[in-house]
Write a protein that binds this ligand. Structure first.
Ligand SMILES: Nc1ncnc2c1ncn2[C@@H]1O[C@H](COP(=O)(O)OP(=O)(O)O)[C@@H](O)[C@H]1O
Ligand SMILES: [Mg+2]
Length: 412
């Protein structure tokens, strides 16, 4: 069994009680009213709306709280009409069993989760298969669908009470994330939680998953840590970014734009570099701008794939390159995509350090460069991360720069 520690937070914090489910108050009330009172007059209810908003959780929590026995079935796990019937049909006889047992449950309900998989699929009997189950069932039926588009499910409309779930509102998601942070001892910047919530577009499941993956290890979370999330601005192209970058009116505007975009940082850096000569005709301004770009590159290298908190220095340096002489800006046509020649120039330093390291490993362990790189370096890095003064350093004759390189470089 999984321990509390390696559990997915979405499972660990899946609400057990109806009241713990956040948002969608009307949908909740409508469903509960059906379950308590209306299930005899309208045999089926359909909960529908985008994923991760609490449909499955509500059904399970409510059945538990109101003491229904749930005969549960995830429709997308099954292959065909035949399977549905095999599971659903016997369920209809549970009602009769109720009469003979003296248990105190409120009765049985059949729960078909994620029915949209079947509804849109004619090979699997389509909507008709579901309609047939509803028709023949002797017990009330709860259906749930993740497709917010009701068109596909329209034939179900006549026989089901429809309960529409909306995306959960951002402030509610933020509050939930704050609660989880408290319970998990994560110290998080508010802006970081805000960004995760906004990025989730109302999907609580994905917000909690993002929170866990970004903060579980270090128990802290800053806005910079959230940069790798696909951002709201994901539709912005490199050209749009360049335009906004070069025409920005102030430094704050530029750095905000950089922080909230999800363009490839390396491509953007290269493109800025390519376009600086078109932006600054004055040689001393151009020199200054390149100086900032080279500083940005330095930080980009240190960020690697791990030290995301250093990204702010990258943004800052890059921002300054656009702001040498704001008054001299006139629109120009961009060179884009980036000229790759510069990449070679940039990675030369990295490559020669790596070559030297591989050479030293090869000399001591009698292995090829390739083996040194792929089979030895990952382990050496782990050992150095545990103890950067390990006797290995002397044995391999690594220079302090090489140790630094091994520690800082997330990738080659
Ligand atoms: N409204 C909500 N309140 C609290 N947690 C939620 C809510 N909606 C979803 N979650 C979280 O996301 C997970 C998945 O929710 P689930 O009910 O399976 O979503 P759906 O069935 O709508 O796709 C839950 O285990 C829970 O951790
Ligand atoms: Mg579900």
């Amino acid at each position: 069994m999984q321990t509390q520690n390696n559990m997915l937070w979405v499972e660990k914090y899946r609400p057990k009680k109806i009241d713990d489910l956040t948002g969608n108050d009307e949908a909740k009330a409508l469903f509960l009213e059906w379950l308590k009172n209306k299930r005899h007059t309208k045999k089926a209810v359909l909960l529908y709306g985008s994923p991760g908003v609490g449909k499955t959780t509500l059904v399970l929590a409510a059945s538990q709280e109101l003491e229904f026995s749930v005969i549960e079935m995830n429709a997308s796990d099954t292959r065909s009409e035949k399977t549905i019937n095999a599971v659903a049909k016997p369920a209809t006889s549970y009602k009769a069993l109720d009469n003979y047992t003296k248990n105190k449950t409120s009765g049985n309900v059949l729960f078909l989760d994620e029915v949209d998989g079947i509804a849109g699929n004619e090979d699997r009997g389509g909507v008709n298969a579901i309609l047939k189950v509803i028709e023949e069932s002797l017990v009330p039926i709860i259906l749930a669908a993740n497709d917010p588009d009701i068109e596909k499910l329209r034939p179900l409309k006549k026989v089901c009470l429809l309960v529409r779930f909306q995306q959960v509102r951002i402030p509610l998601i933020i509050a939930l994330l704050q609660k989880i942070c408290m319970l998990e001892h994560v110290s998080a910047e508010f802006e970081a939680l805000e960004r995760i919530a906004q990025n989730s577009k109302g999907d609580v499941r994905s917000a909690i998953n993002d929170l866990q993956s970004l903060s579980e290890e270090n128990h802290r979370l800053t806005l910079q840590d959230t940069m790798m999330l696909t951002s709201r601005n994901k539709d912005i192209t490199l050209d749009d970014m360049l335009k906004r970058y070069f025409s920005a009116q102030n430094i704050a505007e530029t750095s905000t734009m950089l922080a909230f975009s999800n363009i490839d940082y390396d491509d953007f850096l290269l493109s800025v570099s390519d376009n600086l000569p078109k932006r600054y005709s004055n040689p001393s301004e151009l020199a200054k701008a390149y100086d900032y770009v080279s500083r940005a590159d330095l930080f980009r290298g240190r960020v690697g794939t791990e030290n995301w908190h250093l990204l702010k220095y990258f943004y800052n340096a890059l921002t300054l390159a656009s702001a040498i002489n704001p008054l001299s800006y006139t629109p120009f046509t961009f060179i884009s995509p980036p000229i790759r020649i510069i990449t070679l120039f940039w990675t030369k330093g990295k490559r020669s350090t790596l070559d030297a390291i591989c050479g030293k490993i090869g000399a001591q362990c009698h292995v090829s460069h390739k083996t040194a790189k792929h089979d030895f370096i990952p382990y050496i890095r782990v050992l150095l991360q545990k103890n950067s003064k390990s006797p290995l350093v002397g044995w391999f004759k690594f220079t302090p720069e090489e140790v630094d390189f091994l520690l800082k470089m997330g990738r080659f």
